[in-house]
Structures are given as C-alpha cells and as structure tokens.
Design a protein. Structure first.
Length: 366
C-alpha cells in the first residue's frame, strides 16, 4: 500500500482552560510578547476587552488595540496589517470572525498568535484555518495556516458571560463534525482520520446528552462539558483528521446562505445547524439512506429545543424570492464546493427542494 504524505496542525502549542485561566495565562503571554495587538470587534464585548487590555498593561506589557470593521475580510486585514506595525504578537479576543482574523493576521506577519474565545460559538480559537468573507459578510473561501495558535486561553468566567444563543450555535457547529465527517471520511483507510471520525461521534453523543442542561444552567458541569466540546474538542477532531476529514453539505449550505444579506443576522453555527438538516434530507431522499431519516428525526427536536433555526423562516428568509434561494443553491453547488463530498451528485434544483423541506418530518417508514 502506498502511503501518501499529509501534514497536520493538530493543536495550539499551549491550552489553558477553566475558571481563572486568563489570569493564569499572564506568564505565558509575557514569554511570547511585550507589545501585543489586542483585536476585537463586537460592541457587546467592548467592556470585557477593555478589562483584558488593562490586565495586560498591569502585567508590564504595552498592548495596542484594534477592531474589525467587518467580518474577517481582506479590507480589514490590509488595515490591520498597518495598525500592527511595531507589535510583536496578536491577541484575538472575541467570536469566530475575530479569532479567524487574528490568526490570519499573525500568520501573514509571522507573529505569535494568542486566541481568547469570548464565547463557545465555534472552535476557531483552536484551528489552523481562517474563513474569509466579503465586507458584506458573504463567504469567499478559507485559508489554511501553517500552525495552530501559540496559546489558547479558554476562561470559563469570560465565556459564561456570552449570550446563551452563542452556545446553542456552537453546539450546532460541533454536531456537524459527525454528520459531515461520517459521510466524507468514514471509509478512509487512514488511521488518524478513522480516529477523528470516531471522536466526532463521541462528541455528538455527548452534546445530545449535555446540551439541553447546559442551556438551562450555565453553572452546571454539563455547561463546562458542552462549552469545551464546542470550542476545544471540535478543534481537536479537525486537527487530527486534517484536510482528509472534510466538511460536506452542512457547511456548503452555510456558505451559500451567507450570500444573502437577509441571513447575515444568523450566526455561523445557526446556519450550519440548518445545513445539517438539509444534508440529512439530501441523504435520505437522494441517497436512499434510512439512517439519515432516523438522524433527522432525532436531531430536529433537539435543534428546536435549543432555539436554533430549522427552516428558512427561522433564518429570516420568509420573504426570500425564488431568485434569492437559487443564488444560495448555485453558490453551494459551485465547482470545488464541499457539497460534492456527498457520495451522489446534487443539482441546484435538488438542493433547493431540500432547503425548502428541511424541517418537514421524515416518515417513520423511511
């Protein structure tokens, strides 16, 4: 058997997690830099970032602040490249778009990168990947980075302050790891990929059990397990499987939905969770997969329980025209799209039918 070469950026060089992780991180931050650029965006986390800035200054560092104006886009990155002049590290503190921008900026400037997630909405604080968007918020593509962050600080006290919606979104994004990897990579002969797929299955099982309680009680052990599963474990799985453990239709649907301004208020994981339902519908109806129908029946009530969107109306697209929805489908089905990792061909018309019928109950005899 011929073994092909593969490269893996599996994990950050160091991970600090738990209550008070931010304060415990100061010695490691000082060892990495003296003049960090602290990057953020959301007005809802501005007070939190001011406190982080003050903490860094109090430890003897000379931090500088910068803000994203848009999502992680080239226009912002060009400006930040100038603002980072004289800085010797990038500290990205915020949600997925901020974390992606901080990683990519550090990568391009060959600076150390420190990620401080302020929610559990994605695993962007862990991974060696950044998604690029237009200034209007439309997905354009992703960029593989040379390594994962030098330090990830996952402070439960900071993350617990995020709105509950962010955790629900993170659950949906993390659940997609199983539903996509089990399709794209289940038959791989690569041991690391096989193990990553099984890790995704365990991740799914834990989230199915813990996420409802996590949403009810942010001080519970279930919240800790769920938040860390979304922000940390999901990243482990991606790093271990690498490029061979691919996303499929759920993320392709997300990418298509971002092309519509009316959908920009929906979070990344909310669009991905809806995309899981669409993918399962495609597997059921086009692939003849009875297990997909069963999975759809299992997942639909959980997404509803967590307050996640399960139909176009929930995503703010009740007034979307046929032309709008076709735009989503054509983008999701474009050449090179992750959608084509499905084991059968999908046309824009078939995808449109699945989009419209994503929340329809699967028949019990499927």
């Amino acid at each position: 058997m011929v073994q092909t070469f593969s490269s893996h950026a599996i994990a950050p060089a160091a991970v600090l997690r738990g209550e008070g992780a931010w304060a415990e991180a100061f010695p490691k931050i000082r060892a990495l830099c003296s003049k960090p650029l602290v990057l953020g965006r959301s007005s809802s986390t501005s007070e939190l970032r001011r406190q982080l800035f003050a903490d860094l200054a109090g430890t003897g560092l000379t931090p500088t602040t910068a803000q994203l104006q848009f999502d992680c886009c080239e226009q912002d990155l060009a400006r930040l490249n100038l603002e980072a002049n004289g800085c010797d590290a990038v500290i990205a503190a915020g949600g997925g778009k901020v974390l992606d921008a901080g990683k990519l900026l550090a990568h391009r400037l060959s600076l150390p990168c420190i990620t401080v997630p302020l929610s559990a909405a994605t695993c962007a604080g862990w991974t060696a990947l950044s998604n690029i968007y237009s200034p209007e918020g439309a997905f354009e593509g992703d960029v593989s980075l040379s390594r994962c962050p030098d330090l990830l600080v996952f402070d439960h006290g900071l993350v617990r302050q995020a709105p509950p919606r962010t955790l629900a979104s993170g659950v949906a994004d993390a659940l997609a790891k199983w539903y996509e990897a089990s399709v794209s990579s289940a038959d791989s002969s690569d041991g690391l990929v096989q193990q990553a797929v099984q890790m995704a299955r365990v991740l799914r099982d834990q989230l199915l059990i813990d996420s409802p309680m996590a949403m009810e009680d942010i001080n519970s052990a279930a919240w800790v397990r769920t938040a860390e599963a979304c922000a940390l474990t999901a990243g482990v799985m991606g790093g271990l499987g690498g490029a061979r453990c691919r996303t499929v239709a759920a993320h392709a649907v997300h990418n298509g939905l971002t092309q519509l301004p009316a959908c920009h208020n929906a979070m990344h994981g909310e669009k991905v969770g809806f995309g899981i339902l669409v993918q399962l519908r495609l597997e059921e109806r086009m692939g003849g997969n009875r297990l997909a129908a069963q999975a759809h029946r299992q997942l639909l009530p959980l997404l509803r329980q967590l307050g996640l969107p399960v139909c176009l109306d929930d995503l703010g697209l009740s007034q979307a025209s046929l032309s709008d929805l076709q735009q989503v489908c054509f983008f999701a089905c474009r050449e090179g799209s992750d959608l084509h990792h499905l084991p059968f061909a999908v046309t824009p018309g078939a995808l449109l039918e699945a989009l419209v019928g994503a929340a329809e109950p699967s028949p019990l005899h499927s």
